[in-house]
Design a binder for this molecule. Sequence first.
Ligand SMILES: [Zn+2]
Length: 347
Amino acid sequence: MENILPAYNDPLFSILLIIVIALIISVVTYAWGLYKQQKEQGNLLKFLEKFDTTECLLDTASMPFDAHMLKPLALLAQAFDNTGEYHKAINIYLYLIKNREEEGSKLELMGKLGKTYFHAGFLERAKMIFEEILRKKPRTVEALYMLEVVLEKMQEYTKAAEILEPLELLGEETKPLRTFLTFSQLIADKTLSKEQKVVELLALLKNEPKLYREIIGVLFRLDTQAAWQAIERSRIEELIDILWFLPQSQLSLDIIAQNRQLKTLYYAKGYTLEPETESGIFALDMLATAKQNGFNEGDLHFTYLCSKCKQSFPISFKRCPNCMALHTVEVEEHIAKSDPKTDYSLF
Ligand SMILES: [Zn+2]
């Protein structure tokens, strides 16, 4: 042995010592990495256990996983999500996440799972999923946006506003989101009086004209006169449904008399008697002309189109229920036969 190893005062001994230490360090680092990876995997499985569902008819427990199954199963889950069969979509996503090895793919699937939970109304679960994604990868812009939407839905506006800072740092434009949060917080605030809310809403409208439709809608519930004063002549068409469904007691006849579009609208509705048929809004003009010719059974129906994802909805929205975009609602009016049950006209 003495002949094999160099003596401790030999320079070769120092070199050998350095090599041995380097070897030990690399082995320990590798083992630590492996341990951490396994622990992370264990944590994820433990985390996902909270979401396990037994309501699904698909037996994923005894289904062997094959990498080729990823795409078709992910598509199937997406299809279930689109048709509202959320428990099936959730089960498939959980199965895929548990069996997938690659980290990036796992996080992508978790994002989809979070969205499905959100669509199904499980807000707390959706929040946990997006927080978990951000814990693993804090710069995931989509997860940040989704967490903000979830918190907004849970009316946790202060926490939602905190998400805007990392988004700003990542170079995202957050002004529309920030003003929308201020608006949501304002209308939910029970400590403010009606008058204070009106003042703040009008100030907010000046700062963010994109909130026009939302703010006028709320103003009509708080202060009719302030709402009429805030209506811009060039943007009446954006409010056509709000104005159409306004009770007759809330009309401002002075303002209506000065505007051709408003005159046509309320003549067609049957609230005013002076004929006017030239608003520039096709459905409204047709209805008013029909009324002038003695046809009183016409009505306007509305659908709401998202200008971003082009999906149409039967009720109005502040945030698109499909793509979550803000300020994308486009009101589309259609002529329909009036239903006597919903026609409040006195004429
Ligand atoms: Zn949309």
